[in-house]
Ligand binder design. Structure first.
Ligand code: GRF
Length: 200
């Protein structure tokens, strides 16, 4: 049984997709053990609690130094003996010591087809604003392993989504979430949990 922790910062629709996939049996052999947010007001925490998943806020603002924050986060994660950590809309940089502690055991969902529109400064709506201003006809989402870089780790899954006439960043973001993110993130967790293709 894969013990999964999810790090969140916002609404938690990707977390909800994972919860629903476990409930529906799309994800087997995995258990959501912990949800951590850097944002005390994140609705994602409510979603976790509503599904009896341990949830807490560990915010950099509550610590004297960034190092203290990193240590508190790592300590929490270690206490839950996690096999996989999922970044689902988590907007805090992952400390190098965490990447080292969980080699090829941290995955992230990014709302574009990497290597397009990714890296420092590309998150949330900014990704879709960049795609629209470039005029791409196809965008999508990517699940990748997290390494020391930003959106640079090995790609696990991608799914393409059409850009439509008149799209605003908000409309495009929603379509990418519905048609790509909420599908490939649970799929990637299932692949890892069932150890298909030995991708770990
Ligand atoms: C989404 O745009 C997602 O692509 C990105 O974080 C944003 C919020 O996702 N990773 P969520 O609703 O909090 O899962």
């Amino acid at each position: 049984m894969l013990r999964v922790g999810v790090l969140v910062s916002g609404g938690g629709t990707n977390l909800q997709a994972i919860i629903d996939a476990v409930k529906s049996g799309k994800i087997t052999n995995a258990r959501l053990s912990l949800v951590v947010s850097n944002n005390p007001g994140a609705y994602a925490l409510e979603r976790a609690r509503a599904n009896d998943i341990d949830a807490c806020c560990i915010s950099p603002k509550d610590y004297e130094t960034r190092e203290d924050f990193h240590q508190a986060l790592l300590k929490k994660l270690e206490a839950y003996r996690l096999d996989l950590i999922v970044l689902a809309g988590y907007l805090v940089k992952i400390p190098p010591e965490m990447v080292k502690a969980y080699p090829k055991r941290i995955i992230n969902i990014h709302p574009s087809l990497i290597p397009s529109f990714c890296g420092v400064g590309y998150y949330g709506l900014k990704v879709h604003e960049a795609a629209l201003s470039r005029g791409v006809k196809i965008t999508g989402a990517t699940v990748h392993y997290v390494d020391e870089g930003t959106d640079t780790g090995e790609i696990i899954l991608q799914k393409a989504v059409a850009v439509e006439e008149g799209d605003t960043p908000e409309i495009l973001q929603r379509r990418v979430m519905e048609q790509a993110e909420w599908i490939i993130l649970p799929q990637a967790i299932q692949m890892i949990a069932s150890q298909k293709d030995q991708i770990r």
